[in-house]
Design a protein around this ligand. Structure first.
Ligand SMILES: [Zn+2]
Length: 67
């Protein structure tokens, strides 16, 4: 996955996990992405549940996006 992606809202550089969770939660075919903070705002849940989800998918090893 390209490493030069930035949040379309605040322009911070995105980690692979940020992109992966966006693909997972919002759209598999997304072309631009939000960082965890902005995604938390958009989903009105804050970043903490999203970070927990990332950890969950990583630990479970079940999602191809988090390998
Ligand atoms: Zn952002």
């Amino acid at each position: 996955m390209p490493s030069d992606r930035t949040c379309r809202n605040c322009r911070v550089p995105l980690q692979t996990d940020d992109v992966a969770i966006y693909l997972k939660l919002v759209s598999r075919s997304a072309k631009d992405f939000l960082c965890i903070d902005c995604l938390g705002v958009q989903l009105e849940c804050g970043r903490e549940p999203i970070e927990r989800l990332i950890q969950y998918y990583r630990d479970s090893g079940m999602c191809v996006l988090f390998r």
